[in-house]
Design a protein around this ligand. Structure first.
Ligand code: SF4
Ligand code: FES
Length: 198
């Protein structure tokens, strides 16, 4: 793989062809916030919090850094007025789902996001998909999946699979940025099956 040179926040950064901007930044110790990214999973590009400003051939645009490829001579700004404003709004929308999430609160503090800006949503899942994708891609079990679409989209455990696989695993639990996943599991367990210790 050939080496490329780009500039991130004024710093010359080496990366290899095929890397994303997020990976190039992380490799250089530059932090970009993420909510749906996980190094073991395929990029998903859902939460948009990793948005950055890039400049190439005289054009400036906003891109999602966890899916955007690092290019030779690309100029990347991980913080700018526009980037920070968008991250603030994204956080405010997500906080309407999960105002008590520590991960969201920490980011809200950095970007000055107001957790009361938008009306509260009924579900505290932020649809990052970490649980669903981890179970499918890493564990290859598909014990949890998305149901419905659009605003009705929710994650749901599949009781037939979850009853066999989840009690000895639960590796997805710490990945959830809110506590929705644990709550959904407890509910599924109570309604559809009980753990062997009960
Ligand atoms: S339950 Fe948690 S990990 Fe799963 S999609 Fe929702 S917020 Fe993400
Ligand atoms: S971390 Fe890039 S879109 Fe979620």
């Amino acid at each position: 793989m050939s080496e490329i040179l780009l500039q991130i926040d004024g710093k010359e950064v080496k990366a290899t062809q095929g890397m994303t901007v997020l990976e190039a930044a992380q490799g250089a110790g530059i932090s970009i916030p993420t909510l749906c990214h996980h190094e073991k999973l395929e990029p998903f590009g859902a939460c948009r919090i990793c948005i950055v400003e890039v400049e190439s051939r005289g054009w400036t645009k906003l891109v999602v850094s966890c899916v955007y490829p690092a290019e030779e001579k690309l100029i990347v700004r991980t913080r700018s007025e526009k980037v920070d404003r968008i991250r603030k709004t994204i956080l405010e929308l997500l906080l309407a789902h999960a105002p008590d999430s520590q991960v969201l609160q920490d980011l809200a503090h950095v970007y000055g996001a107001d957790k009361n800006r938008f009306e509260k949503e009924a579900s505290f899942c932020i649809h990052c998909g970490l649980c669903v994708r981890y179970c499918a891609e890493v564990k290859k079990k598909n014990a949890v999946g998305f149901v419905d679409r659009g605003i009705r989209k929710e994650i749901s455990f599949i009781p037939e699979i979850a009853s066999k696989e989840c009690n000895d695993c639960k590796e997805c639990f710490p990945l959830c940025p809110t506590s929705y996943l644990q709550a959904a599991f407890v509910l599924t367990e109570a309604l559809a099956f009980s753990s062997p210790s009960e």
